[in-house]
Design a protein around this ligand. Structure first.
Ligand code: GLU
Length: 309
């Protein structure tokens, strides 16, 4: 990949104002591209139209501009791409890879369903072999699942190193379209990244387990696998993940009392990207960026340091 220009992306969910965790993920995606003269794509992940809004999308763009994190193009928001996702869904259907699943939420989460240590469940294939008559006996509209192979997927992550996954063991057959007709994140992201020519995915560590799921779908749709870099999450001093619930740490509040260079300086210092005190702009940071400086583990971040410079 040494001489291939990175095409990266930042893919926020516009369901609230940007908070520190989003700023850090956006900064990393931006640095990974700008430090190597690449291209950055912005995409609004608004599949969940109940939780997201155009107003939050507008504020997100404005916050990115305030931070000095520019992008080269914005692709269509996911809420407008249903017909495209349907075309890919049909490809799976034509290849006999998907089937309807009538399991209810409570069946899927019941005590006898196999659960992993992180609380997620492995779909046991309950509806995989239903006959036509059995399917017709249900009155509700089904979710649609793609069969996953009993096969190993190796994720070579620039920060987290190598991990090996087997979807049959890790999650089971995956939902591609929900009972209400909405296409799921894994399908939409794979299609959107693939069609936009994204070859470098930088995002939060919490999405590492999505990488093998997306690699499987990329292989089905004929998209090349991108390079992955899953960045550590920011944790409050008590170990909680900083999130949209910490409203005093969203940009609406922080922008009233800080300059962008102070915010970026504090985040860069916490991540080990710089050592000296003081503010720094995203552009200055790009000149000395390298993945080797970033820790693998989550980063404890005490918001008090924001006001030290
Ligand atoms: N939309 C997701 C989020 O805001 C990110 C998805 C991704 O980067 O693949 O957490």
């Amino acid at each position: 990949m040494a001489d291939v220009k990175p095409v990266g992306r930042f893919a926020p969910t516009p369901s609230g104002r940007m908070h520190l965790g989003n700023v850090f993920a956006a900064l990393m995606a931006w640095l990974a591209v700008r430090s190597r003269d690449g291209e950055l794509v912005l995409r609004m992940e608004d599949l969940d139209t109940q939780r997201t809004s155009e107003e939050y999308a507008r504020l997100l763009r404005e916050d990115l501009a305030w931070l000095g994190l520019d992008y080269d193009r914005e692709t269509a928001p996911q809420s407008t791409r249903t017909q495209t996702y349907l075309a890919y869904f049909r490809q799976l259907e034509e290849r006999g890879l998907i089937y309807p699943c009538y399991c209810t939420r409570s069946q899927l989460h019941s005590a006898d369903a196999p659960h992993l240590s992180d609380g997620t469940y492995v779909y046991p294939g309950t509806c995989r072999h239903l006959t036509r008559e059995q399917r017709q006996a249900f009155s509700r509209s089904p979710a649609w699942r793609v069969r996953v192979p009993d096969q190993l997927w190796q994720v070579e992550d620039l920060i987290q190193g190598t991990s090996v996954w087997n979807l049959a063991r890790d999650c089971g057959d995956m939902v591609m379209r929900r009972g209400d007709g909405v296409y799921v994140y894994q399908l939409a992201v794979t299609v959107d990244d693939g069609e936009a020519g994204v070859n470098q995915v930088v995002r939060g560590m919490d999405l590492l387990s999505s990488a093998p799921r997306q690699m499987y779908l990329q292989s089905l749709f004929g998209f090349p696998h991108p390079t992955y870099a899953h960045v550590p999450l920011l944790l409050a001093p008590d170990g909680r993940r900083l999130s949209k619930r910490d409203q005093d740490l969203d940009l609406g509040k922080l922008r009233r009392s800080l300059r962008p260079e102070q915010l970026i300086g504090a985040l860069a210092r916490a991540a080990g990207l710089i050592h000296g005190a003081g503010p720094i702009s995203a552009g200055e940071l790009a000149r000395e960026f390298s993945w080797d400086k970033l820790p693998r583990d989550n980063i404890f971040f005490d918001p008090k340091v924001l006001y030290e410079d």
